[in-house]
Design a protein around this ligand. Structure first.
Ligand code: CTP
Length: 399
């Protein structure tokens, strides 16, 4: 497992019987060259001792949120900044619930709250606790927030019952983490470009034509690309969003600027055109504010179709071109028409007449049309989860 070599892993051990298996996780990570720092929750100390964890990890073990002897270090911040990745194993139902609700009443939960790193969660609990609706809801939310869940598995439980809830084996968990780093390493060679948000087409210095796009879907795609190791450029129209760290963000206002900046950032391996580019601009933009009694008719002209232009020029075309289709009627027919006319590889289509998805919403429900097949009516999901779904498909395609 060579991708673990030199990696800094922060392991959080919670209070469940599976905690004894975490010692084996530390051993395997160390054997494969990782540096491991460990936090024990108060309850974890009932199952494994700080001494055994410190001996195996060859590092100090962290247990307290406040340390009167060394408060200047602020462990909850320094530990989360130190780590390349955080692993919570075993994660109890209590910790899962605390993370979902943003509680931070001990070192473990505060580190998670303060972290900007990838976090893996390996749950372990009794089958009834696993199946409890609150637990299911909590986990669903954590997936939407971007946490990655490993396991659990079906098996005999320490309490004598049988079922789902057994923590995955240490080797499986460590392998999962190795694969994550491998994926990042593999994807580093890929360049991605994403367009997002609306454009503003000015009539005069203060008025413009625009649309309802929030940019959320495109920003989530850029986030997912970065988290998967892509060298990512995000070309964004005006939005209030803050992109994830590491994205090369270029802000533009008009469709003409978006076209110019997009061209100057090619070639890339993949381009995802999620921007709601305004289709028209005014022909004769005024430099002075137009007086209301001077308004006559607006003379509009078409903006260049950025996706169509790039996709139809062989020298500019990324290997994989993904377009979106915002439709209010005949979703399938219109999307297939866009797929062929704009010469893209995939069209991700959504119904923008619905209030519960699409423009301005945190949710989306799409169909994906490929050149020779389709995936129609994917479930309604958070834009963050849809972004991960799209990026997983991009990774498969590029590899
Ligand atoms: N698009 C683009 N440049 C434009 C218009 C659209 O790159 N000037 C891209 C969008 O980013 C999206 C796709 O084309 O990926 C489809 O956009 P959409 O708004 O659904 O369709 P339009 O091409 O604008 O056509 P219509 O408004 O007639 O549906």
């Amino acid at each position: 497992m060579k991708n673990l070599n030199g990696k800094k892993i922060l392991l959080i051990i919670c209070g469940g019987i599976a905690a004894y298996k975490s010692l084996e996780i530390i051993r395997l990570l160390k054997k494969n060259g990782s540096n491991v720092k460990t936090i024990l929750t108060n309850n974890a100390k009932n199952f494994v001792t700080p001494l055994s964890v410190a001996s195996l990890s060859q590092e100090k073990v962290y247990t307290e949120l406040f340390n009167s002897e060394n408060e200047s270090e602020m462990d909850h911040i320094s530990l989360s900044r130190w780590a390349d990745l955080i692993l919570i194993a075993p994660a109890t139902a209590n910790t899962i619930s605390k993370i979902n609700f943003g509680l931070s009443d001990d070192l473990a939960s505060t580190v998670v709250f303060a972290s900007d790193k990838k976090i893996f969660i390996a749950p372990a609990m009794n089958v009834r606790m696993w199946e409890n609706r609150s637990n299911k809801e909590n986990l669903k939310k954590l997936v939407d927030f971007g946490y990655e869940i490993i396991g659990p598995e079906v098996g005999d439980m320490a309490c004598g019952e049988f079922g789902m809830g057994k923590m995955s084996e240490p080797a499986t968990i460590v392998n999962h983490i190795n694969n994550y780093f491998k994926r990042l390493e593999n994807n580093k060679k890929f360049k991605a470009l994403v367009t997002a948000g609306p454009t503003h087409e000015y009539l005069d210095p203060v008025r413009f034509i625009t649309n309802k796009s929030s940019g959320k879907q495109g920003y989530e795609i850029a986030r997912s690309l970065i988290e998967n190791g892509f060298d990512t450029t995000l070309i964004s129209g005006p939005t209030n969003l803050i992109p994830v760290k590491g994205v090369n963000l270029i802000k533009i206002k008009s469709a003409d600027e978006m076209l110019k900046v997009t061209l100057s950032n090619l070639p890339t391996d993949v381009a995802i055109f999620s921007a709601a580019v305004a289709d028209f601009k005014v022909k004769d933009k005024k430099n002075e504010k137009i007086k209301k009694n001077k308004f006559s008719e607006l003379n509009l002209e078409k903006n260049t179709d950025i996706l169509g232009y790039i996709s139809n020029h062989n020298s500019l075309r990324p290997k994989l071109v993904v377009g979106f289709a915002a439709e209010t009627t005949s979703l399938k027919n219109n999307s297939l028409k866009k797929l062929s006319e704009k010469n893209c590889d995939w069209i991700i289509a959504n119904d923008v007449s619905r209030d519960d998805i699409g423009f301005e919403s945190d949710f989306n429900q799409v169909s994906i049309f490929y050149k020779n097949n389709s995936e129609e009516n994917l479930p309604r999901m958070k834009k963050s989860s849809l972004a991960n779904e799209i990026v997983n498909r991009i990774i498969s395609q590029l590899n």
